[in-house]
Design a protein around this ligand. Structure first.
Ligand SMILES: Cc1cc2nc3c(=O)[nH]c(=O)nc-3n(C[C@H](O)[C@H](O)[C@H](O)COP(=O)(O)OP(=O)(O)OC[C@H]3O[C@@H](n4cnc5c(N)ncnc54)[C@H](O)[C@@H]3O)c2cc1C
Length: 381
């Protein structure tokens, strides 16, 4: 089906993205995988290209572009190039909205220019060793003492945790009857006394993404580093989760599409019993089934992108979208890998990487099970 959501400007941006990824990322990606993260220079290059701060207002050095369609194009091109960019998506599509939505004038002046140029990398720390899916169970505390908060606790699985210069930490500043109350967003900066990081986790996939523990031992965070109102974090998190889930769903779907294209190409060239693998009916049916699933996902993602730009994507919509696209990604990439035979199991083959990378999509940003509880609630269950 013809896609109708992009115009000529988006397609021009697509060409820029494709060109940049081919020149600046693809040739170095294997080295980055060995290093476990991309080099910092790539974020500055992305800043120069204008993609770090696409949605940051122009007065702070950004592109001033409110639409999510440009990030969506970037997501599609990154998947098509079989690469990813470490904490980039979290910086731009997950953390930035908190700064754009809740930073005051002084904070915007302080942080947004660096976030747009790629000098300042951002992460978000919600998950703790004792609580992941249940955000209301956050135990990291921030006690107000004069003009600062004293932060104690630890966070885990933090994307970009090694590279990050600013970390939006969700901390408990008070206790209310409602467990969701009393949570506050504090920006912890590189170099603050008592703030330390663990070593990067050795993950089964997403090798080019520094994911680690963060520790806060009596960190004095100035009140001037609080984003928004005290006690309002749960509301802020709930407000931004639809975009986080949209970006994960869009990435999952684009990866499934890339897997189908990659596999169609491989089976055409690979010969077994003297015939191309593509000549077997099973291969053709498997890929036809995968392409059909991906087409259904594409219709859903494109509609969600339009809804999100219109400010209409609800939490329930985003939950359904993420469940559908990430489960689809898992099925499609698995079926595609099968068609590669043994070569699909070798880590340096792109389909193997897609398979390993895909697994976490159903876990982070709200696991499939947790999202099903949101959808079930919307059904009155
Ligand atoms: C690579 C990676 C990057 C990440 N990046 C970040 C980041 O940048 N910032 C951040 O804050 N966090 C991050 N996370 C954490 C991620 O969001 C959590 O792992 C996720 O929310 C699940 O929490 P958990 O791991 O504690 O699992 P748990 O909450 O312990 O869940 C365990 C199992 O129980 C199931 N479950 C939980 N609740 C229910 C329920 N009500 N009904 C049925 N089943 C349920 C879950 O679906 C899961 O299968 C990342 C994780 C990974 C792996």
């Amino acid at each position: 089906m013809r896609r109708t959501l992009y115009g000529e400007d988006h397609e021009a941006f697509r060409r820029t993205a494709r060109d940049f990824l081919a020149k600046e990322v693809v040739p170095h990606f294997a080295d980055w995988e060995k290093a476990g993260m991309p080099p910092r220079e790539i974020f500055r290059a992305l800043g120069d290209l204008g993609v770090m701060g696409l949605r940051i207002p122009e007065e702070y050095g950004g592109g001033g572009e409110p639409s999510f369609l440009y990030p969506a194009v970037w997501i599609e091109e990154t998947a098509a190039a079989h690469v990813h960019l470490g904490g980039f998506n979290v910086h731009t599509n997950v953390v930035l909205p908190y700064f754009l939505g809740y930073a005051d004038a002084e904070q915007r002046k302080r942080w947004l220019p660096g976030m747009a140029s790629g000098e300042t990398l951002a992460a978000i720390a919600m998950t703790e060793p004792g609580t992941g899916s249940d955000l209301a169970g956050i135990a990291t505390t921030a006690e107000r003492v004069g003009d600062h908060y004293v932060l104690n606790g630890s966070k885990t699985f933090i994307t970009g945790g090694i590279n990050a210069d600013v970390v939006v930490v969700v901390a408990r500043t008070g206790r209310t009857e409602d467990r969701r109350g009393g949570l506050t967003l504090l920006v912890v900066e590189r170099g603050m006394a008592g703030f330390t990081r663990g070593t990067p986790f050795d993950k089964i996939g997403l090798k080019v993404q520094d994911t680690t523990d963060l520790f806060f031992d009596g960190v004095e965070v100035p009140v001037a580093n609080r984003l928004g109102e005290e006690g309002a974090a749960f509301r802020y998190l709930t407000g931004n989760l639809p975009q986080e889930r949209l970006h994960i769903a869009a990435t999952a779907l684009a990866t499934a599409e890339a897997a189908v294209a990659l596999t169609a190409d491989y089976v055409t060239g690979r010969k077994v019993f003297g015939k191309p693998v593509s000549s077997f009916q099973n291969t053709r049916f498997e890929l036809a089934a995968c392409a059909t699933e991906a087409a259904a996902g594409r219709a859903l993602v494109d509609q969600a992108l339009v809804s999100h730009d219109a400010g209409e994507l609800t939490g329930v919509d985003a939950a359904k979208l993420k469940i559908f696209c990430t489960e689809l990604q898992g099925r499609v990439v698995d079926r595609c890998l099968q068609l590669f035979g043994g070569y699909g199991y070798i880590t340096e083959s792109p389909i193997a990487r897609m398979y390993a990378d895909a697994r976490v999509s159903r876990i982070y940003g709200g696991s499939t099970e947790v999202l099903k509880t949101i959808v079930a609630k919307s059904l009155g269950l």
